[in-house]
Design a binder for this molecule. Sequence first.
Ligand SMILES: [Zn+2]
Length: 464
Amino acid sequence: MKQLRIMAAVLIGKAVLALSRLWGNQGTVLPGYWARKVYPSILKELSAGVKKETVIVTGTNGKTTTANIIAHILRENGETIVHNAAGANMITGITAAFVAASDWKGRSRYDYALLETDEANVPLLLEEISADLLLITNFFRDQLDRFGELDHTIDLIKRAVDGSAIKLILNADDPLVSCFAQESGCEAYYFSYDANAYDQNDSQENREGRYCMVCGAPIKYEFFHYAQLGKYYCPNCGNKNPQADYRASDLLMRPFVQVSVNGNRIQSNLPGYYNAYNILAAAALADHLKITPVIIRQAISSFRSTSGRMESISVGDRECVLTLVKNPAGFNQLLSAFANDGQEKNLVLILNDNPADGRDVSWIWDVEMENIMREDRHIKKIYCAGQRSGDIALRVKYAGWPQDEISIAGDIKQGIEKSLRDNSELIYIVCTYTALFKTRKILMRLKNSGYSPKNRYESPLSEH
Ligand SMILES: [Zn+2]
């Protein structure tokens, strides 16, 4: 009887998936929704069919890229995986991924399950599936939970893993994450960056972990990697970074990350300190799954970023780097990354305020925008676009950028075109969520049409 219900749920799910694709949707959530309607325990049943291990990747920033790198490493190692798509990281999206990866009788065809999910969703997920590993990238305040919800979420995850056999892969440099194991009693493995040339002794960024998670006293830092990640200690109780199992040394960003993880020299195509952490986290987890250093190294060097997480698109002789920002920490990281590339650049900032972006755009005032003024960031010009182009322009102005040198366009196409015409080979286009896909489409159309920014009168966009 149970087998029949599983088959019925999978069949319905697969039918909905086929229909969604027919209608031009990706079908990342609905098949899961309907499969669960038919058989509410379907995720529990299908996830029990994972042959090797089930891995959950969570944290505020970097979980999508980290999970994508891990997926790439596993595939390069010849493994079959269930991996939920970015943006479908709630229970229904994860159920949909299992339905798609099972055969029509509900039998598993996967070695590993790699599940990316929001912090708040981890406890719900653990109620239905039995995971072997939980990787936590970092905990940052998101634009939508600015009022102490982060602490509440961290507590919920701790309670969910408490007493379970799940193993933790943790960021030893984030005091909010590294304390996890002591309190949950779970077996834990840590990854950490050694001191390097990109560290800072201090900065004015918002920092989350200013108080000791053990005793509540203010913590001190020897240095910061970025945001609250760094080498810390509590003068009151002695709480400090745990000993790392995976040590990253000799970091170089020119602008792409090169780093040695326990002596394995890795070269990537990803820029910035936050990607350095994504790479380290993925390498640590892959090593834990007994993937060889050679496969890890080769897979990371062939991994390329997609869908706006530092995707590079050439339009004529212009290099456009498209990137998604959704909170102050991510924005600050981007501005820090500029210090490492040594290249002159223009900046296009596109701010929308649709529900998926967050209706409240006041988070831009928490961004350490003053960094745009620093000479070592090499920013030549700034263009502001999107539904809230005026707001982001105002923020840029208050950061000290001369008002008459800020170009504002409500229309994204116009904003991009203006920036392309300007004389700069490198353009960073920074978007909120709903602006990202539109911007990518515009850039791809320009690229494929052979658009040359040098000739401003032959823009294919001006016809539309
Ligand atoms: Zn303490």
